[in-house]
Design a protein. Structure first.
Ligand code: SAH
Ligand code: SF4
Ligand code: F3S
Length: 491
């Protein structure tokens, strides 16, 4: 459900306890850790890196916070509300710590990076503070904290990509996995805290990415989502041509991987070639950077999903300029048009911020209007939340009253509801290949999966032999605003 006060905050509401199944026998582990993650998918992917680092040290994961010797909270700073949620959670852990002295609480991620040692001063019962580029030092920091010291490492790095660390898949459905391909962000969107909390952009070694995806496929995974704040600026210069890419041909029989530079389009192609049975998704695309080459690569491979998350933020060129998004309203619209020319069936979603500094009713109308033009299948919608230290905080006044921000947000949410419903209604009668992810939450007689366009489709199991991870052909016969409903068709 959308919430008027918060917007659809898919990001910061995503939270989860994590456990690794191999923690069942506590006697083999030195310590047990519990990890809870907030924020974007990249933070969730980082928690899997952290779990891997801790595993190697002989620490086992637990899903029960009461059993943990170490509590990790991987935090998000994107909006004020995200930080408030974490602070509330920390007060609960504080009570736990009083009950079980000796339990250590560690704050990881973007809030750790933003607040640094202030965290230790403000939150007296936090023992360890670690920024996103310092997870390798976690074991040493834990030892320090056990010795009674307050342990902190918030150094950002220009190189760290954790390329060699094989993530421990936490809470995975065994079908879809997230694979981090780059870290940090070099864009300076004026509202955004990420460049400050995640540091400079750097791309991960292409061979290690392809290898990770291949291993996932060999272990039964059917879908990988490549993650980065701005995946289209992925750029990796190979030290030398890796043997794993020798002799790779694209579908036209041309050699790919020549030269030493791997662009995002090339990376997509290399991963798509692992197997036609492995779906490839990616997030997020910055409208200024997504190229025709990427669009054509998507179009060429049936297993690269026809879905692009293309955050617009605002439909007003004046506001986009203040946001430092570096594109205009017209540029964005041309991009949407281009996507639809090359892939008429491509799903598109967006992120939208209402009530940015100086936004007037005209600007707001431009946003509503660009949403209708783009016909988004869905959007993540927020009202502007000023973040300390950002360009907007330093340069502009946060001058739109909260009730105006929220009223505009509600208008954006209402319009998106109509657009989503309209988009779903257009799918009635159509046939989609669906990857089965799980049983439907509401009805164990039904499966739930997604179309290439990233739409959720629910359908009766129908006494068929299909199971999780299978591809199945579905005809859509009904829909709600959020979901398509269908039935299995024999082809
Ligand atoms: N790298 C991605 C976005 C990452 S943050 C991109 O460039 O699109 C996810 C979303 O949070 C952003 O797209 C933006 O819509 C929203 N967001 C970021 N900072 C915000 C702020 N200060 N207030 C409200 N929403 C914000
Ligand atoms: Fe933030 Fe902009 Fe970078 Fe996205 S591209 S993470 S919004 S600075
Ligand atoms: Fe939040 Fe950091 Fe991601 S601020 S959205 S967890 S990069």
């Amino acid at each position: 459900m959308f919430d008027l006060i918060t917007g659809k905050v898919q990001d910061e509401n995503r939270q989860g306890e994590a456990y690794a199944p191999f923690a069942n026998d506590p006697s083999v582990y030195k310590k047990r850790f519990y990890i809870e993650s907030y924020g974007c998918q990249m933070n969730f992917a980082d928690s899997e890196i952290v779990a891997s680092i801790l595993n190697k040290e002989g620490f086992g994961a637990t899903r029960n916070v009461e059993d943990a010797d170490l509590i990790f909270v991987n935090t998000c700073s994107i909006r004020e509300k995200a930080e408030q949620t974490v602070r509330k959670r920390l007060t609960e852990f504080r009570k736990l710590k009083k009950k079980r002295p000796g339990t250590l609480v560690a704050v990881l991620g973007c809030m750790a990076e933003r607040l640094k040692s202030k965290f230790l001063e403000e939150e007296k019962l936090v023992d360890i503070v670690v920024g996103p580029d310092a997870y390798r030092t976690l074991p040493a920091l834990v030892t320090e904290a056990e010795g009674g010291q307050r342990a902190i490492n918030v150094l950002l790095s220009r190189e760290e990509t954790y390329a060699d660390i094989s993530p421990v898949r936490l809470n995975s459905n065994g079908i879809s996995a997230f694979v981090s391909i780059m870290r940090g962000c070099n864009n300076m969107c004026s509202f955004c805290v990420v460049p400050f909390t995640r540091g400079r952009e750097r791309s991960r070694d292409a061979a290690s990415i392809v290898q990770e995806c291949r291993e996932l496929f060999e272990n039964g995974y059917k879908e990988v989502t490549l993650l980065g704040q701005n995946v289209d600026s992925y750029y990796y210069a190979m030290p030398s041509q890796p043997s794993s890419m020798d002799g790779h041909l694209n579908e036209q029989g041309q050699s790919i991987g020549d030269g030493n530079v791997i662009t995002f389009a090339l990376l997509l192609e290399l991963i798509a070639q692992i197997s036609p049975e492995l779906r490839v998704r990616f997030s997020t695309s910055h409208p200024k950077d997504i190229t025709d080459e990427v669009l054509h690569t998507m179009a060429r491979y049936q297993n690269i999903c026809k879905y692009i998350h293309l955050p617009v933020q605002s439909g007003s060129t004046r506001i986009l300029q203040l946001m430092n998004r570096t594109y205009t309203r017209e540029w964005y619209m041309a991009k949407v048009k281009r996507i639809r020319e090359i892939m008429p069936d491509c799903g598109i979603s967006s992120d939208i911020i209402t009530g940015f500094c100086t936004e007037n009713e005209e600007d707001h109308k431009d946003t509503l209007n660009i949403m209708a033009y783009s016909r988004y299948d869905f959007s993540y919608m927020f009202f502007y939340s000023e973040r300390p230290g950002t360009l907007a905080h330093r340069r502009y006044q946060d001058d739109i009253p909260e009730e105006t921000k929220k009223r505009r947000l509600q208008e954006v949410i209402d319009l998106q509801g109509r657009l989503s419903h309209e988009s779903n209604r257009k799918d009635l009668g159509k046939i989609f290949i669906v990857l089965i992810e799980s049983e439907s939450k509401k009805d164990s007689n039904k499966w739930m999966g997604r179309s290439s366009q990233n739409k959720v489709i629910v359908f009766p199991k129908d006494n068929s032999n299909y199971t999780k991870g299978d591809y199945v052909t579905i005809k859509v016969n009904d829909c709600t605003q959020a979901t398509l409903l269908g039935e299995i068709v024999k082809m």
